[in-house]
Design a protein around this ligand. Structure first.
Ligand SMILES: Nc1ncnc2c1ncn2[C@@H]1O[C@H](COP(=O)(O)OP(=O)(O)OP(=O)(O)O)[C@@H](O)[C@H]1O
Ligand SMILES: [Mg+2]
Length: 231
């Protein structure tokens, strides 16, 4: 589904990713862990295309997307829930959701009911400004906005960061239900090892711009990766 090979990427003079490779197979949930500042978001931006890869390749469903602009990657079926949510504060909830449709490839004019079913709190807030929602509600909105484009690969960058436990649990349920459907693959950046174990098939650990550990979730040995995680 997604094959990232030997990616080097960074900002200006500073190289952040020094040869990252990873794979996501169809329908899998793959988690990426690692401390603050190791380059997880930089990798997500490079996969989405908002940051150019200096070296390496990004292949998605047998197409080489390495040089493809972000809008075409979205149209190809890659959706992103960015770190910090990036909700448009002055736009309504409904308008934020419609922006997800714009990004996608289906040409639909209304938000697909499946995207909203997973977040039943949202329809009652349709006319509220995005900026007036709580952090957790904004996170749900960002998730639904990405689902509105009917992605086949969903990139989730720390969707539980700074969110109250009840909404973390809702998001956990949503990821599990997507996984159970087998229709959408997910690359999830997440700091909580418990959360990763509860939703994923496979994991990678990143440190200083490279992958330092990986394996199937059943083989995850917390002791051996704890040194690379937030204490
Ligand atoms: N726009 C930017 N310009 C210059 N340097 C940046 C920029 N964005 C991030 N960096 C630097 O790149 C490095 C990796 O940042 P990145 O955001 O990818 O880390 P991260 O693993 O996602 O961290 P966190 O867990 O805190 O989200 C950091 O040293 C950061 O300061
Ligand atoms: Mg980050």
């Amino acid at each position: 589904m997604l094959s990232v090979q030997n990616i080097q990427s960074g900002y200006g003079e500073s190289m952040i990713l020094n040869g990252v490779s990873l794979e996501v197979k169809p329908g899998q949930v793959v988690s990426l862990m690692g401390r603050n500042g190791v380059g997880k978001t930089t990798l997500m931006k490079t996969i989405m295309g908002t940051l150019k890869a200096r070296q390496g390749s990004i292949c998605y469903k047998d197409s080489d997307l390495t040089k493809t602009p972000p809008s075409r990657r979205a149209k190809a079926g890659i959706g992103l829930v960015p770190q910090g949510r990036e909700i448009f504060g002055t736009l309504s909830v409904r308008e934020n959701l419609l922006l997800g449709l714009e990004a996608g490839r289906t040409g639909e004019k209304e938000v697909p009911p499946e995207a909203l079913q997973k977040f039943p709190v949202l329809p009652s807030m349709y006319d509220r400004r995005g900026g007036d929602l709580s952090g957790g509600q904004q996170q749900q909105l960002a998730f639904a906005r990405a689902l509105a484009s009917r992605p086949e690969l969903l990139l989730l960058d720390e969707p539980t960061e700074g969110i109250q436990p009840s909404i973390v649990s809702d998001i956990q349920d949503v990821i599990r239900s997507i996984r159970a459907s087998g229709k959408v693959a997910i690359l999830l950046v997440e700091q909580s090892i418990e959360f990763v174990k509860s939703v994923s098939d496979y994991y990678y650990v990143m440190d200083k711009g490279t992958i330092v550990a990986e394996g199937s979730i059943h083989e995850l040995d917390e002791g051996s990766i704890r040194q690379y995680l937030v204490v």
